[in-house]
Design a protein around this ligand. Sequence first.
Ligand SMILES: Cc1cc2nc3c(=O)[nH]c(=O)nc-3n(C[C@H](O)[C@H](O)[C@H](O)COP(=O)(O)OP(=O)(O)OC[C@H]3O[C@@H](n4cnc5c(N)ncnc54)[C@H](O)[C@@H]3O)c2cc1C
Length: 283
Amino acid sequence: MKLPFIFAKRFVAGESFTESVPKIEHLNEKDIKLTLDLLGENVKNRQKADETVENYIKLLRGIDEHGLESSISIKLTMMGLDIDRNYCRDNLFKLMEVAREQNQFIRIDMEGSENTQVTLDIFNEAFDEFGSHIGTVVQSMLHRTKDDVDALAEKGADIRLVKGAYKEPADIALQNMPAIREAFKEEAKVLLEKTSFPRFGTHDDELIEWLKTYTTENNIPKDQFEIQMLYGLREDTMVRLTQEGYNTRIYVPFGTDWFPYFSRRLMERKENVWFMLSTMFKK
Ligand SMILES: Cc1cc2nc3c(=O)[nH]c(=O)nc-3n(C[C@H](O)[C@H](O)[C@H](O)COP(=O)(O)OP(=O)(O)OC[C@H]3O[C@@H](n4cnc5c(N)ncnc54)[C@H](O)[C@@H]3O)c2cc1C
């Protein structure tokens, strides 16, 4: 049974790009940048993966036409990773050609740990070819991330650091919040020291306050990193951070295939259930 979109509208801007644009233009007007995410994951056949690539290309063109200050985030499992690794890489390169031609930026989101290595391998191949047009994500909850951050920082890659949204076992990932926060801080220090413009994706006040204090104490200017949050969460905080002079970006998901993304947001925080319910009663 498919739930009606009204359930998701707190966290998802619309079921199509056209429907989403009016909801997000005001963020650019407040000097908050965007990254658009066409929802979906784990595509199992080539026809659907090819369609996804075409849709991503249309999205890049749509961003250009609407003059939005926006990059896009993509998932490799939507571009055929579960079908064939090299087919997926070729699909990514097809998309990257358009991004380079239009001077746009694409970030590969990080999915579950079964895909971490292959995602970083494909990212590395794309980085060698497309350089500053591509970035990826690392998850501080994974035990391996410290080493990944060292290697990615060494290359000067454009990285978004997040805690990690997927449930992982104890031999693969840290299981408690203080340890995940501690790892996040240590990895953030490396990215701030060694890369030119790290991005931090979190709604966590403790981490945001720590970032502000650490960068001030270490004379790292506000224009050398970015704070990112998800659509529908803490927009007031983003406006305040922007007014304080920080670079900010909101990750805006849209599309008909919103259910897995929506479920992760509900599982993350019990307050999100209340947000979702309260939105349902608003016009
Ligand atoms: C821009 C962006 C991109 C992301 N990309 C990926 C990705 O590619 N792969 C991936 O695995 N994950 C991704 N994530 C999700 C991420 O891994 C976390 O699952 C998610 O951000 C929840 O962790 P958190 O640090 O935001 O806060 P949480 O760990 O959920 O919460 C910690 C504390 O922060 C505060 N807080 C949290 N939310 C709110 C709120 N709405 N209002 C008020 N206080 C709040 C509360 O004090 C809470 O106790 C992304 C997140 C963001 C923001």
